[in-house]
Design a protein around this ligand. Sequence first.
Ligand code: FAD
Ligand code: AMP
Length: 478
Amino acid sequence: MSQKFDVVVIGAGPGGYVAAIKAAQLGLSTACIEKYTDKEGKLALGGTCLNVGCIPSKALLDSSWKFHEAQVGFAIHGINHAGVTMDVPAMVGRKANIVKGLTSGVATLFKANGVTSLQGHGKLLAGKKVEITKPDGSVEIIEAENVILAPGSRPIDIPPAPVDQNVIVDSTGALEFQSVPKRLGVIGAGVIGLELGSVWSRLGSQVTVLEALDTFLLAADSAVSKEALKTLTKQGLDIKLGARVTGSKVNGEEVVVTYTDKNGEQTITFDKLIVAVGRRPVTTDLLAADSGVNLDERGFVHVDDHCATTVPGVFAIGDVVRGMMLAHKASEEGIMVVERIKGHKTQMNYDLIPSVIYTHPEIAWVGKNEQQLKAEGVEVNVGTFPFAASGRAMAANDTGGFVKVIADAKTDRVLGVHVIGPGAAELVQQGAIGMEFGTSAEDIGMMVFSHPTLSEALHEAALAVNGHAIHIANKKKR
Ligand code: FAD
Ligand code: AMP
């Protein structure tokens, strides 16, 4: 007889592994199926996020920032940076150790919580049965009261630039360069393109970003996008907007890229080219023809607001379903689904999922931006505070950017917090906590903030919404 579990999760990324741990914590017998293996051929849990996404990219961003700071930021503090060099294999090796620590940490958490870890490819059959094809090719079928599909996403390939993981790489290949490419091309000025472009630019690559759209960072508040374009360009990223890549030709160890812009067809030669044009859901061999689960027109697993598919007891979460492709969105969907399986009425607030771009300065936001609110006809008051006026930012010699708080003009309720600058991700999270509880700008303004902190910039921006800022001249008069 086949084994039966209360919950079977397919995929051990931040969606799947968090769902599995939560299910086991709630007393449900739980198995999680994962097929990804590391370079040593060992099962590696944690999905894109821990293996080739959020964590390794942040490891390289932090290393490269320290090197860049040594080059351009130390002298002002009176520190002599002569002789500072970069050992790229050591940097990439550090990243690999962090990944190893975290992925094996998930395996430990599975053990500690009693999650059964199964290695292989999972496929949903009819009747909530799940087929597992193991690494040796053998097949096992297990049964489940509930199945959670969490197979994630993978990079989109574009015919004009086929990835060979040598000269033309995707985001995974871009985390593995063993030396600094002299001329680096990046296709796509999205989050991943900007983060990876920044890593190699800081280490000395001459980076050109080719972006098909005319608008930079469309999803961000337009004041933030403008500041980001200015700052990243100043840092040395050559960001070409309205540049659509139409072809590429690899000649030995370089690639000639063709793109079109307003002046017609252009060519440019790179030593490495990163294709970062977005990600698409992974559903290959995930669903048997009679599983009953439907995909939508874009290839995502179709789910309702609670991540339920059309088959009772089958759910899908994370990058494989609609919405933002973010690790924290995947994890919270996992928690919501498991709690609902236990009979709770858990909901997720999709309006307050923070977005972060880990460039320097960091860019982060939560809620709506000014152009969206204007388009919706909502009257708003806006308060902005520049880090140039923050004592803490000055002490750190990190004064670029600002905090922008947007509040409803009638109710003062905060509708969006947008930050470009030091600590943006953490500041925006403070805004998100307040917004979850329906904070007004005045509420934030009345709170006591430690001095000196970067958070004071959020305090002052909230005060500025109603013309009450102290450390900057108020645009809005009281
Ligand atoms: P995944 O993490 O993709 O995990 C899915 C897992 O399922 C994989 O391990 C896969 O092997 C496995 N799988 C798939 N099909 C099967 C099957 N049939 N059987 C068994 N196993 C299967 N997000 C952030 O929030 N912050 C960031 O800073 C950030 N940075 C990123 C940087 C990069 C370079 C990249 C590429 C992504 C980044 N992301 C970031 C996005 C984030 O990694 C994803 O949103 C997140 O990993 C999605 O989680 P998931 O659980 O849905 O899927
Ligand atoms: P994201 O989806 O945020 O990761 O961003 C991917 C970016 O790649 C988008 O801004 C797209 O406009 C851009 N893009 C997609 N295809 C091309 C192409 N052929 N040439 C240049 N940019 C592209």
